[in-house]
Write a protein that binds this ligand. Structure first.
Ligand code: SF4
Ligand code: SF4
Ligand code: SF4
Ligand code: FES
Length: 520
């Protein structure tokens, strides 16, 4: 047996054990990417670096055996920095979008490509579920949103943007037609209560997401009807039937509403005592308007940047009360985010900023690269929704125009997870010229995107282990080495037995199954 110390813990393991396994045996987690236990190992990613205390030397823990008396450090600032540098080097030549450009510019951060895939497949209820994760009032927004997502749509580089906004409206309208509109699963009731002042888009969204998270939301609305500024939009553009129906869906979740009830400074103080948190969503703050004694600027109520916390403890503010905007979708997005912040606050008593996950981006497609993306979409011209919105057939045709610019493994990708955990920058070692995008699709098997490959060789070793006739191999040498199918064969031929196995084992989104959605 070999005895050593890892992060001040004494460890005793058989000779030949790797430092990584020794650390694991005492519950110390060292991240890995290129290492999996099922195959032989080839050290490449260097995210498992650890430091030997005596010499100050860094080495890959996954492939280095333990040495008697060694003292290992896995998590001091220097070790973490070296791990960060390894990740940033991998990202410097990584050409991938964790999230599609449309989703990144949507103020509510809606998962547009996934909605599109579900509509294209005719699975409208699932599409609605995806929409409602981020947008509480899709039919209303489908009518009034200026669609910043379409301005960011990559299909514009080929012909015209996908009609994202009308597709979202379609998903919402289909649901409103049903006798029992969709209600997501609720969290266990917390017994805690949140007052929401105002029932415009921000207040409605905040109340809905708080209620789903198990906290009783009560909206206080000074008017006799809910909707706030939405009721100022002319009925041509926003039929009242849609507005009323969608508000009813919000209330069907158990959100309480007290209409015709003005909140003045006294009532506001009472609400602070009676409720566990208060959300101010009172719309545009006009000159001289009271904001219950909260700090304000010339634009509106002042809040902490990503937490929406005002100058008063347990009071949060969102929507136009922060700054006037014509984009209701921004308010709706903030309603979702503040619900996440408040949920965490009610559980931990700590106000933590809303976390934006790491997202790799590569920007515009170059001219010759369109074909790689258009392969995954239909060449139909953009469908324009009439007054009544899309029919099911039109919606499916339009959704099929989407080029699916998102990554197919955004949840299981270890590169993304570690980049997020270590808060790395993709720009630190940025290269001048990026690699071209390549997307090889086998509709019954995998999608292979070589530009996302970190050359860990896991697929190479697995296809060899499973005795594929062709399998994956390293092609070329040095910096230009890449991974592809032996003898330039197609991916179908390369992965006859192992498509699902390599897609599961690949630590990035370079290899994924075409017909599997991991975000459902
Ligand atoms: S492979 Fe990972 S890091 Fe790259 S785009 Fe996909 S999810 Fe993001
Ligand atoms: S083509 Fe689809 S995934 Fe790509 S930006 Fe447009 S809507 Fe989003
Ligand atoms: S494609 Fe193969 S070599 Fe590239 S990251 Fe995935 S498993 Fe590793
Ligand atoms: S996991 Fe050790 S080098 Fe990649």
């Amino acid at each position: 047996m070999v005895k050593l110390t890892i992060d001040n813990k004494t460890v005793e393991v058989p000779a030949g054990t790797s430092v990584w396994q020794a650390a694991k045996s005492v519950g110390i987690d060292i991240p890995t990417m290129c290492y999996i236990e099922e195959t032989e190992h080839f050290t490449s990613c260097m995210v498992c670096l650890v430091k030997e205390a005596g010499s100050g030397r860094f080495f890959a823990s996954c492939s280095t055996p333990v040495v008697e008396g060694q003292v290992i450090i896995t998590n001091d600032a220097e070790t973490v920095e070296s791990r960060v540098a390894s990740l940033e080097l991998l990202l410097s030549e990584h050409v991938g979008d964790c999230e599609a450009p449309c989703q990144l510019v949507c103020p509510a951060h809606m998962n547009i490509p996934l909605m599109n895939r579900l509509i294209a497949a005719g699975d409208f209820p699932r599409a609605l579920e995806i929409v409602k994760r981020d947008i509480a009032i899709p039919s209303i927004l489908g009518l009034i949103c200026p669609a910043p997502c379409e301005a960011g749509c990559r299909r514009k580089q080929v012909d015209e943007a996908v009609s994202i906004c009308s597709l979202k409206r379609f998903a919402g309208d289909e649901d409103l037609k049903s006798t029992a509109p969709y209600l997501p699963e609720f969290s266990t009731p917390s017994g805690q209560r949140v007052a929401v002042i105002g029932s415009g888009p921000a207040g409605l969204a905040a109340a809905w997401y708080l209620q789903l998270k198990g906290h009783q939301a009560t909206i206080f609305e000074k008017n006799v009807e809910a909707g706030g500024d939405l009721r100022k939009i002319d009925t041509e553009n926003l039929p009242r039937e849609i507005l009323d129906k969608e508000i009813l869906v919000i209330l069907s979740s158990g959100v309480l509403i007290r209409l015709n009830e003005t909140v003045d400074e006294n009532r506001f103080s009472e609400l602070q005592k009676e409720y566990d948190a208060v959300v101010v969503a009172i719309g545009t703050v006009k000159d001289g308007m009271s904001v219950f004694g909260l700090e304000k600027s010339m634009h509106g109520i002042i809040t902490e940047k990503h937490s929406y916390l005002t100058s008063s403890p347990k009071v949060f503010a969102i929507g136009n009360s922060l700054r006037n905007s014509k984009m209701a979708v921004r308010s709706v997005g903030q309603g979702k985010e503040v619900a996440i912040v408040i949920d965490n606050y009610l559980k931990t008593n700590v106000v933590k900023s809303f976390h934006e996950r790491f997202s790799s981006k590569f920007g515009k497609l170059f001219e010759g690269e369109f074909t790689q993306y258009i392969n995954d979409s239909e060449s139909a011209v953009r469908q324009h929704a009439g007054r009544e919105g899309f029919t099911a057939n039109e919606a499916m045709i339009e959704a099929k125009r989407c080029m699916h610019c998102d990554c197919r493994n955004p949840e299981s990708c270890v590169l993304r997870e570690l980049s997020d955990r270590f808060e790395v920058s993709q720009r630190r070692f940025k290269v001048d010229e990026r690699k071209p995008v390549e997307r090889l699709i086998h509709r019954e098997g995998v999608v292979y995107e070589s530009n996302k490959c970190i050359k860990c060789g896991i697929c190479v070793r697995l296809t060899r282990q499973y005795k594929e006739a062709f399998g994956f191999t390293f092609i070329g040498r040095g910096f230009d080495v890449r991974v592809g199918v032996s003898f330039n064969e197609s991916i179908q031929k390369g992965l006859v037995k192992t498509a699902a196995i390599v897609a599961k084992a690949c630590p990035t989104g370079a290899l994924s199954m075409f017909n599997e959605e991991e975000q459902l």
